[in-house]
Design a protein around this ligand. Sequence first.
Ligand SMILES: Nc1ncnc2c1ncn2[C@@H]1O[C@H](COP(=O)(O)OP(=O)(O)O)[C@@H](O)[C@H]1O
Ligand SMILES: [Mg+2]
Length: 255
Amino acid sequence: MSIEVNNLTKIYKQKKHQKKIAVDNISFTIPGGEIVGFIGPNGAGKSTTIKMMTGILTPDNGSISINGMNFKKNRKEIMLKTGVVFGQKSVLCWDIPVIDSLKLFRDMYRVPREVFIENMDAFIAILGLDEFIDQPPRLLSLGQRMKADLAASLIYNPDVLFLDEPTIGIDVLSKERIRHFIKKINEERHTTIILTTHDVSDIESLCEKMIIIDKGALIYDGTLPQLKSDYRTTDLEEIIKKIYLAGEKRYEKIC
Ligand SMILES: Nc1ncnc2c1ncn2[C@@H]1O[C@H](COP(=O)(O)OP(=O)(O)O)[C@@H](O)[C@H]1O
Ligand SMILES: [Mg+2]
């Protein structure tokens, strides 16, 4: 499923009637079946954009089309076909065993029995879900919690998956397992994946396309090889640092 975002804007009302333009008139398209890195420094507006693309927040301006559908007309259909994981916040019930949350998702999304079993087998094999499935999230490590969240967001076979910092604070081995899992899901199911991360190796190993935003504005939209060729280096960390520094300089000039 492809995504088309046009002139998307979100303004938060802050204390003392101050306004914060979190997302400033951005447009981009995400072709179906791709893994796209959605990159930007802290406070750039990534999570706000993802919240609008998943119907959690309503835009102040602009439009979002998911395979031709929009939230006004096709909210339920979009919800059934999209999944989201926030690294900072779990969708699972904190106090009940992970398996019970997964069954709740199964019933909510009317997942056929055989699909549920097939998916659970895959999640156990690739993510090692069986090691902690009977425990509640409050007893899990961050890496285990993330694996459980990934399983919950994929149990109903969504066509689009939004991952907002899924590897934040996670050890290298779990991180690698999660990366491998994301890649496999994309290859086998052709799931469109939008991935937010500060980890350069996440991007290197997963993303074909990159969208970079800074202070709510679109900075780059293109392929990873093109970005490297534009900056005449293969050192992605260096490129990202340059882009963020240029953003800070621009900001200093304005202020
Ligand atoms: N609920 C909110 N109310 C007011 N301002 C917010 C709220 N959420 C985020 N912001 C502000 O909007 C900007 C973008 O935030 P966010 O989308 O979370 O950025 P990112 O995910 O890229 O770090 C930041 O300046 C942040 O402080
Ligand atoms: Mg964020």
